[in-house]
Design a protein around this ligand. Structure first.
Ligand code: GLC
Length: 740
């Protein structure tokens, strides 16, 4: 009998019952039973080598999370954690599911062109379902870094240059990933990254230092993170960059004062890959022990991949160099995340279950996302959509049939075999009504060999129209893939020049991970579509747009420069003391050396003036829209409880039903600090039938007018405001009002 009792005791010991659901009391109870080493084990995320060393670490409770993963091995290691470690705390398995898991959506910068939070939410939900089916419980997404410099390869991974758009789409992605119930079988924990200012890398060179003053940080770079913190994102990831000399992965001000004390955030902060160790490279820590101390004290709960916490944190505690409370708080956050994701109740995943990968609903969502992400930038003489008069089309260029490039960056679980390229989709969907002649001409976007140009010209000569696919290979954007020269590479532009001599209308389709300067290419094209890297269903989406079954509605989420030398160029810039007027003269307007002051001393380039090629928020349709009858409900906002209705009438003046992304911008004309010339405050997608009119109404409140003033206080200052409603950041109906 005695033996039996002992056995039962062991079972109870090894499989502690944590019970359904989570409450802080359970966290405290478990925490009270943890040794220091077990606590620090929870603060350690391993890079997922499924080997004997790792097995032993898990058994000893020295690992809280795995980063990369192997679906076939996860349950095996989870069983060690749950059934062989002393306290049975489950591991949380994480992965970068950025824009789809198996079903690949357009890159986030492409999805941002939709200005459609509900779409982003649905796509994230699909990604969560597919990822969760393979046992992933935590994704390192959405990336909500504001990017104003397209040399930075990771511009592809975010939602663009505007804080309002990035905030709304980032919050939508969190809703999609996490769902209403984070513990549900198709939810995954999300992660707001990279906190913060990472997109402001000097020179657009990844991992480079940033010099973002607190006001700009709060006005621009922090806004999406604040929105996500307020909307329940489960975790944050601290960034690689040092900002004004303090690495963000040890930055007490932003990780503790702003995130915890101001925003009252209680989620997990995980470092970026090896970022704790890299405090040494920064020259901010002298060694691994110092790095562990500064990261823990700075506010990083979990160390990704480097192992200084598990090596040094116990001695740091014994030496009093870090406080027990700092460790306990970090572990509380981690246990809370695990409980909320349901890991204590269901630590394993059903590795025998049928996977929902590529199911029709998921592919339909990817197709809708690809359609809405395409931006029509030019369409001379209504060349698009193709009419029945188009009988033969020359499909030319290295991106007409490139499955791997179509996936874009951060699609490591996507399978290129499932990618539907434009060539395949066009032949399958429209091959009966149109003859396609396909000539890739270049082996890749970087191919400089012009020997096949003649083949392109022959194909063009036999066709009614040229459909040219140019762009960037997917590996030219993404992490650690910044470019000093972001113009089209290889002989691509030369190919377009050559084709422009063939006497056929040219439709150019750009697949890229960043806004590429296209001044010459746009001039030589009769129609220009920007498709980003459009993912699994990009081919079908483009085919339907080209033949008019779908109508383009996308708008640019980033400014598209004339020339790389204009960078950084973005719409919500300051006015300066010498703003350049519209049509400021440039070198093209003069033919001899002018006297010094002829050009007018204003803030513009002699060669490229002041304007980009295409502005933020710009995009055409197959119909035309007019805006009229703008009205304000009042011209004075008297108190913080006031609100202002801004109305207008949107008319579809063309012949196609279509969707317009209506945008509302303001300008604060006078402030205790200088203010941007425009700020996007509201947007909505409105579908209008031909000839139909729709009344648009946005509501502005003083909260929408708040900013960080000269005293670093967030408030709406009295004064004069302009307000615009329109279809992009350059045009629109304008009115003004005052805040008293
Ligand atoms: C990478 C990226 C980060 C990613 C992490 C894990 O270096 O900076 O975005 O989530 O490591 O893969």
């Amino acid at each position: 009998m005695k033996k039996m009792v002992f056995f039962l005791a062991m079972v109870v010991m090894v499989l502690p019952f944590y019970g359904q659901g989570m409450d802080e009391g359970k966290i405290e109870e478990l925490l009270s039973r943890m040794t220091r080493r077990e606590k620090i084990g929870q603060m350690s995320q391993l890079d997922g080598r499924y080997d004997e060393v790792t097995r032993e670490k898990v058994r000893k409770g020295e690992a809280g999370s795995f980063l990369s993963f192997d679906p076939a091995r996860m349950n095996e290691f989870q069983r060690i954690a749950v059934e062989e470690s002393r306290l049975g705390i489950p591991l949380i398995f994480a992965r970068d599911v950025i824009h789809g898991y198996k079903t690949v959506f357009p890159i986030p910068l492409g999805m941002a062109s939709s200005f459609d939070p509900s779409l982003v939410e649905r796509c994230s939900r699909v990604a969560a379902k597919e990822a969760r089916a393979d046992g992933i419980r935590w994704t390192f997404a959405p990336m909500v870094d504001i990017a104003r410099d397209p040399r930075w390869g990771r511009i592809a991974e975010g939602f663009g240059e505007d804080p309002e758009l990035v905030s709304q789409l980032g919050a939508a992605a969190v809703r999609g990933f996490q769902g209403p119930d984070l513990s549900a079988p198709e939810s995954v924990a999300a992660c707001a990254k990279h906190y913060a200012g990472y997109g402001g890398a000097e020179g657009g060179r990844d991992y480079n230092s940033t010099y973002i003053p607190e006001r700009l940080m709060r006005e621009v770079y922090l806004r999406p993170f604040e929105m996500l913190a307020a909307n329940g994102v489960s975790s944050f990831m601290s960034a690689f960059n040092d900002n004004d000399g303090i690495p963000m992965s040890a930055n007490r001000f932003y990780l503790r004062h702003v995130l915890r004390e101001e925003w009252m955030y209680d989620g997990v902060v995980v470092s970026d890959w090896n970022a704790v160790d890299e405090l040494i490279n920064h020259g901010y820590a002298v060694d691994g022990k110092d790095a562990a101390r500064k990261a823990i004290d700075g506010g990083v709960d979990m160390e990704m991949v480097s192992s200084h916490y598990i090596r040094y944190a116990e001695s740091l505690l014994e030496e009093g160099k870090i406080a027990e409370k700092e460790v306990d708080d970090a572990v509380r956050n981690i246990l809370r995340l695990k409980w909320k994701t349901g890991l204590f109740d269901r630590p394993y995943y059903d590795d025998k279950a049928e996977r929902p990968f590529y199911c029709p609903e998921h592919l339909a969502c990817a197709r809708e996302a690809a359609e809405k992400s395409v931006v029509l930038l030019k369409n001379d003489n209504q060349l698009l959509p193709f009419t029945n008069s188009v009988k033969t089309v020359a499909i030319i260029g290295p991106f007409a049939d490139s499955q791997v490039d179509q996936m874009g960056t951060w699609a490591m679980d996507g399978e290129k075999e499932f990618i539907r390229t434009p060539l395949k989709a066009l032949e399958e969907l429209y091959g009966k009504q149109v003859r396609f002649i396909y000539e890739p001409v270049l082996r890749s976007g970087r191919d400089t060999d012009t020997k096949n140009f003649s083949r392109a010209l022959v194909a063009a000569g036999k066709s009614d129209v040229v459909l040219l696919f140019l762009g960037e290979e997917s590996f030219l954007s993404g992490e650690a893939h910044s470019l000093a020269d972001i113009s089209l590479r290889g002989a691509q532009s030369g190919l377009l020049e050559a084709l422009s001599q063939a006497g056929r209308p040219i439709v150019t389709v750009i697949m890229a991970g960043r806004p590429v300067p296209l001044e010459r290419e746009a001039a030589l094209s009769d129609a220009l579509l920007y498709a980003w890297h459009p993912g699994t269903m990009g081919g079908d989406a483009l085919a339907d747009i080209l033949f008019g079954k779908a109508v383009p509605s996308g708008k640019l989420p980033v400014t598209l420069p004339c020339h790389g030398g204009q960078i950084p160029v973005y719409y919500n810039h300051k006015n300066t003391g010498r703003p350049a007027p519209e049509g400021v003269p440039t070198l093209r307007d003069i033919d001899e050396a002018p006297r010094q002051t002829t050009m007018g001393n204003t803030s513009a380039y002699l060669d490229y003036g002041k304007d980009p090629l295409f502005v933020f928020g710009y995009g055409l349709s197959y119909t035309t829209f007019s805006y009229s009858d703008m009205q304000l409900s009042n011209r004075r906002l008297l108190s913080v409880s006031d609100s202002l209705e801004v109305k207008c009438v949107l008319t579809n003046t063309g012949r196609r039903e279509a969707t317009e992304i209506v945008q509302l911008y303001i300008r604060d004309c006078e402030g205790s600090v200088t203010r941007p010339v425009k700020e996007l405050k509201k947007f909505m997608r409105v579908t209008v039938k031909p000839g139909e009119q729709k009344r648009i109404c946005f509501v502005l409140t003083p909260r929408d007018l708040m900013y960080w003033d000269a005293d670093m206080k967030r408030r709406a200052e009295p004064g004069r405001f302009f307000v615009w409603i329109g279809g992009n950041s350059k045009e629109g109906l304008k009115e003004e009002f005052r805040l008293e």
